[in-house]
Write a protein that binds this ligand. Structure first.
Ligand code: DC
Length: 219
């Protein structure tokens, strides 16, 4: 069993930025589980498939092969034979991911790959249910959050930097809707594990958050 750090929290809390840096600082691999849900979402988007009926979604799962690879320490996500990492951050993909992630069979489809990675290596794994469901015995559990306003502002700036035109109010609404779906769903909802450390990054810089978490890793 590797040393496992679980980082859960809502959309836009900075989990992937922080998890990547914590992984680098401690020589661990970073496992982005959201990217796996996004890869399944991309399959539905690319094939023009409906996701409104869970039965249809479940029916397609056997043909969807999500794989993880590491290139110079960076996680690459494969959909079948194709590396799709660069296509996963689109808003449309995130929205579909948030919908299909509520289907138990979709979560089951990704369970083994997530658990196996943590079994064999030292990992920083981020997601929504890592500390509660995937790695309940993780050595360090962090619940990383920030206010909706802060998260919306960060996301808005990130999109603007990428040249994607957007409206702050719409971004905020989108984050609030995603929070609602991720926390209210019946299966593996987003919630803080009882033994997780709460880190609210609203008023913290990135290095401050990394330092706070790394302290728990070093003991
Ligand atoms: O972290 P992210 O935005 O890349 O995740 C995309 C969606 O996938 C998000 O709306 C919730 C879902 N997700 C999940 O349900 N469980 C995880 N462990 C990771 C992501």
């Amino acid at each position: 069993m590797g040393f496992n750090i679980a980082i859960d929290g809502p959309s836009g809390a900075g989990k992937s930025t922080i998890a990547k840096l914590v992984a680098k600082e401690n020589g661990f691999i970073y496992v982005d589980t959201g990217a796996m849900y996004r890869a399944i979402a991309l399959y539905f988007l690319d094939h023009g498939l409906e996701i409104s009926d869970a039965k249809d979604v479940i029916g397609h799962l056997p043909e969807i092969k999500v794989g993880i690879d590491y290139e110079n320490g960076m996680q690459q996500v494969l959909l079948g034979e194709e590396v799709v990492t660069d296509r996963l951050r689109a808003e449309a993909v995130g929205n579909i991911a948030s919908h299909i992630a509520g289907i138990p069979e979709v979560r089951e489809h990704l369970l083994a790959i997530q658990k196996d990675l943590a079994k064999t290596q030292n990992v920083v794994m981020d997601g929504r249910d890592i500390g509660t469901q995937i790695l309940p015995d993780a050595d360090v559990k962090i619940f990383l959050t920030a206010s909706v306003d802060t998260r919306a502002r960060r996301r808005f700036l990130e999109l603007q930097e990428k040249g994607i035109s957007c409206n702050l109010e719409e971004v905020k609404q989108d984050i609030a809707d995603r929070d609602e779906r991720d926390t209210k769903r019946e299966v593996a909802p987003l919630k803080q594990a009882e033994d997780a450390i709460l880190v609210d990054s609203s008023e913290m810089t990135i290095p401050e958050v990394v330092e706070t978490i790394s302290k728990y890793v070093k003991g």
